[in-house]
Write a protein that binds this ligand. Structure first.
Ligand code: MGD
Ligand code: MGD
Ligand code: SF4
Ligand code: MO
Length: 897
């Protein structure tokens, strides 16, 4: 076996951490994952998701065979079928009758050929991507201001800043390693100020000097207020504005029009005037300021304007193009940036060129050898599925994204796919909500098998290298796309490997990219003739990479020149708008949605790693205590949420981190793992008029207690086929499966019902323990096989179910002790033994109760103390904010918010 590690890149978030993977057993897909100490994104660190990648590469749940209409088939038949059907539909209805819906999780090479096929040869721009839901507003913001989709900053800027403003970003959970760089920067430079602007108090607030719990959707107003303040207090960089910008006057006028009274401004933002004043004063006074923004800004019906409201403040104060400064959009996906490079959005052309610019269309046509290049915008994600629903689109090919879960108004996506004549889905996983609607399933290679490049959020191109040979019939996405293209009769798709595609992509980026034709920001022409061996050894590098910048470029705009025609940056006048749908008597709460620390999107891969499932094992709805009290909710009860678009059930989590009137639900739960946990079904489909990005953070909803007749907790060594409960959650644990069930329909015969749950998972020979109090509707049972716990079922009509922590641990035991057997049906550990509680530290598997006990016993008063005692928090560091909260809860330290 090859003992030397393979360097590759994490496939989850846009931080783009380098990984060193050491193969233990390539046949069995056993691999040891470590951070790459040399990679400039992470210098050896990984978060909980990256560190557990080794647990996600087994063949469990992989899609390994092509399928047509539910029958497995060979590649030849599948590819011919897709090509013939697409060709036939195009011949009959024209190229705009088909569409691709692709993803920021494709490699750049996959993305490049998908875009080339649709825009270059099919001749339609109906290719859009999940990045539409993610950073399309950020793209509009940059393009309007700079004339190009150019992210100006690097991670070093975070380390050099004097003030970092995080707006609508929960970086502690969503960009953990970048967040840890900020944390360390603050530790070594305590005068670094950190401000978090978020309606919720998130883990990111852990390092904040100031948390502004803004009223949802009011960010453009806040930044307009800041612009007016900068002008009023003489804090403008007049020289920079005059020499390098235009349209300042109308932008300032628009800002002043909505911010003439400071107290009114603060009130409209839902903030205390002195807090807002503090932010403004710091921003004005400190020279080096980075504003980090993410989905709390982008996912809005006025997201583009919010981005420009932020950028306006940086231009006005000259805080751009300099060390430690700039408006820094944190891209989410591992390769959203690569998607932007290849023009994967329906309103872009390849290599940062424009669909609506005839010179660009002509140039790309000459380069690709096609006279059919699309010359007008295609359908953006929400429009694209609307067109599927109303029959304008007759075929859709979905690659590496799960729209039945992640699109707004997600039940509509189901209905649309259900009646679409041809749905093709490429995925590496077999059981996704979207694959359930596929006529053709195409098995793609996943991370650990894929070979190509991704670009992280600071424009750094890194290699994803294969660790294993492709499994089963799985093939790289680029190969699948090119095979279909060739079968549709198109030339220019006969690549032998991803290096060849990368070369072409690099060549296009430099093609007629000069002062004669106009300079484009995206230029990696230095790689236009890269050899396979150089591609294989390619170190991480930030674009532009050109003959004059062979080692890449860390910071853009240092010379004050922008990519607009006149070379100046543009101020954009902003008239702030509230969320499109206002709350009302019927739907009085604002539903906010987003991410959890340990799950990735629709959980198709992260839920395979048992370690990642124990942090938040159920879909929850976070609600402020005052609202919960008014509605008569109790902690851990169940609630039904309803919007105009759909409904769901979730576990209630009462927490002061929410502001009154707001609810937060994670976006991750799917129909595979929950019966009614898909929050997308409730999310309104309104989009930003410029970017087409949906308003996933603000949907008016109503919430009410959902009272089940019974609730059950089932733990089983084998997966069970349970169906029918209205509330049903399934997650994988270490050596077992965990089910939370609840129903409103009465169960007549509890013992019998319980036994049928696992009839196929338990042997006749199993030893059965049973406890029953039918009068109050309590029933408990467990089976033990060969001394080991096999299944346990706890059902109750009115009582609390046991906390599963201790019970879960029993599945790791080779044999139950007598004491454990005796305690089993109580659900509580034997006297003297400890229930570990909910997992807080995923790296070392340390539970909440263990930590609280150690705090009490050893009088711990710091996270360092907890680390020494239990190792918790000394791995990836993602749980540090929660450790601090536990210390605060135990009264040991004052919490900094
Ligand atoms: N663990 C994990 N990490 C991830 C991902 C994942 O699935 N899991 N996904 C990746 C992807 S693709 C993305 S796009 C990023 C997203 O990264 P983030 O944008 O940081 O994550 P979100 O949780 O979607 O939303 C961020 C915050 O916006 C806040 N917010 C809501 N409304 C408003 C508002 O009106 N104003 C302000 N200022 N804030 C508001 C929310 O309360 C939330 O805390 O994460 C990436 N990283
Ligand atoms: N309510 C709400 N909805 C949201 C958001 C929100 O904050 N709130 N955020 C939005 C954002 S920012 C994003 S980015 C989207 C993400 O939403 P999705 O893109 O739908 O989420 P994923 O789970 O990442 O889907 C990726 C799919 O591709 C598969 N896959 C993984 N690797 C490969 C590969 O190499 N090849 C192929 N062919 N398939 C692969 C996975 O198994 C999975 O099925 O969700 C959006 N939806
Ligand atoms: S921060 Fe975590 S999820 Fe993001 S790239 Fe790094 S290891 Fe992967
Ligand atoms: Mo995203």
């Amino acid at each position: 076996m090859n003992p030397s590690p393979i360097k590759t890149t994490c496939p989850y978030c846009g931080v783009g951490c380098g990984i060193e993977a050491t193969l233990i057993d390539a046949e069995k897909h056993i691999v040891n994952i470590k951070g790459d100490a040399q990679h400039p994104a992470n210098f050896g660190r990984l978060c909980s998701k990256g560190a557990t990648l080794g647990d996600t590469v087994s063949l469990e749940n992989r899609l390994l065979q092509p399928e047509i209409n539910g029958q497995t088939t060979d590649w030849d038949s599948a590819l011919a079928h897709v090509a013939d059907r697409f060709s036939a539909i195009i011949a009959e209805y024209g190229p705009d009758a088909v569409g691709f819906y692709v993803s920021g999780q494709l490699l750049t090479e996959d993305y490049y050929v998908a875009n080339k096929l649709m825009k270059g040869f099919i001749g339609s721009a109906n290719i859009d991507t999940n990045s539409r839901l993610c950073m399309s507003s950020a793209v509009v913001g940059y393009k309007r201001a700079f004339g190009a989709d150019a992210v100006p900053c690097s991670y070093e800027d975070l380390e050099q800043a004097e003030l970092i403003v995080l707006v609508g970003s929960n970086a502690a959970w969503c960009h953990p390693i970048a967040f840890q760089r900020i944390r360390r920067a603050k530790e070594s430079n305590p005068s670094l100020k950190i401000v978090v602007i978020d309606p919720r108090a998130t883990s990111t607030c852990d390092i904040a000097d100031l948390h502004l719990s803004i009223k949802p959707g009011m960010d453009a107003l806040l930044f307009n207020g800041l612009l007016a303040y900068l002008a009023e207090t003489g804090s403008l960089d007049r020289d920079f504005i005059d020499r390098h910008c235009q349209d300042f006057v109308p932008a300032l006028a628009a800002a002043q029009a909505c911010a003439d009274d400071f107290d009114d401004l603060a009130t409209a933002c839902g903030l205390a005037a002195h807090d807002l004043a503090q932010l403004f004063a710091w921003f004005a006074k400190l020279k080096k300021v980075v504003t980090v923004y993410s989905q709390g800004i982008n996912q809005s019906s006025s997201g583009s304007d919010k981005c420009n409201a932020i950028i306006n403040c940086h231009l006005a104060s000259g805080k751009i193009g300099k060390p430690g400064s700039g408006p820094f959009s944190l891209t989410g996906q591992p390769n959203a940036m690569g998607g932007r490079e290849v023009g994967g959005l329906a309103n872009m052309l390849a290599a940062h060129m424009d669909l609506e610019n005839p010179l660009h269309v002509d140039r790309v046509g000459r380069f690709w050898g096609s006279d059919r290049v699309a010359n007008r915008q295609g359908l953006k994600a929400v429009e694209l599925f609307d067109a599927v629903a109303d029959g304008r689109l007759k075929a859709v090919w979905i690659m590496a994204t799960n729209p039945v879960v992640s699109m707004p108004d997600a039940d509509k996506i189901k209905r649309a796919l259900q009646q679409c004549p041809l749905v093709v889905v490429s995925d590496c996983i077999a059981n996704t909500d979207t694959l359930a609607f596929a006529h053709v399933k195409l098995p793609a290679t996943g991370w650990s098998e894929k070979d190509g490049t991704v670009t992280n959020l600071e424009r750094r191109i890194s290699r994803q290298r294969p660790l294993f040979a492709p499994s089963g019939q799985a093939r790289p996405d680029w190969w699948i796309i090119c095979q279909v293209a060739q079968r549709m009769g198109f030339a220019g798709f006969d690549y032998q490997n991803s290096a060849e595609i990368f070369r072409e992509h690099a060549a296009l980026s430099g093609f007629e990219n000069d002062s004669e034709h106009g300079i484009r920001d995206f230029d990696i022409s230095a790689f236009a003739s890269i050899e396979q061996s150089q591609f294989d050894a390619l170190p991480p590098i930030q674009w532009p990479v050109t003959a004059t910048a062979m080692h890449g470029t860390a910071r853009l705009f240092s010379d004050g020149r922008f990519y607009t025609e006149h070379g100046k940056a543009c101020f954009i006048p902003i008239n702030p708008r509230a969320p499109f749908h206002a709350t009302d008597a019927e739907y009085p709460f604002t539903l906010n949605t987003g991410r959890l620390r340990d799950q990735w999107h629709t959980m198709t891969r992260t839920a395979l790693a048992a370690k990642l499932n124990s942090h938040k094992p159920e879909p929850t709805v976070e609600i402020h205590p005052a609202d919960a009290l008014r509605l008569g909710f109790r902690q851990r009860g169940l609630a039904k949420l309803t919007s105009r678009w759909g409904d769901m059930l979730a576990r209630i989590d009462i927490t002061v981190s929410q502001q009154p009137g707001s609810l937060f639900v994670p976006m991750h739960w799917t129909g595979q793992l929950s019966s009614r946990g898909r929050v997308g079904a409730l999310v309104n489909p309104v989009v930003d008029p410029l970017s087409g990005q949906p308003e996933s953070k603000q949907t008016p909803v109503r919430i009410e207690a959902w009272q089940p007749r019974w609730q059950a907790l089932v733990l089983s060594r084998q997966a069970l086929r349970i169906g029918g409960a209205e509330y049903q959650i399934k997650v994988k644990g270490e050596g077992f499966w965990r089910y939370h069930l609840a129903g409103q329909a009465a169960i007549d015969d509890l013992p019998n019902w319980s036994k049928t749950l696992f009839s196929d998972a338990s042997q006749e020979s199993a030893e059965c323990l049973e406890y029953s109090d039918i009068d109050i509707g309590d029933y408990r049972m467990a089976t033990i096989e060969a001394g080991r716990l096999s299944v346990c079922v706890f059902v109750t009509a009115q009582n609390e179910l046991p906390e599963p922590g201790w019970l879960c641990g029993l599945f790791g035991k080779p044999e139950l002790t007598r004491k454990e057997r005796l305690s089993l049906l109580s659900g509580l550990p034997p006297r003297g033994e400890q229930d570990v509680g909910r997992t807080v530290c995923s790296c070392f598997n340390v539970g909440e109760k263990t930590i609280l006990q150690a705090i009490a016993e050893h009088k711990l008063d710091s996270v360092a103390g907890i680390g020494e005692c239990l190792s918790a928090g000394t791995g990836c560091g993602s749980c540090l904010p929660e450790l601090k909260t536990l210390l605060a809860d135990a009264g040991k330290v004052a919490i900094g918010r």
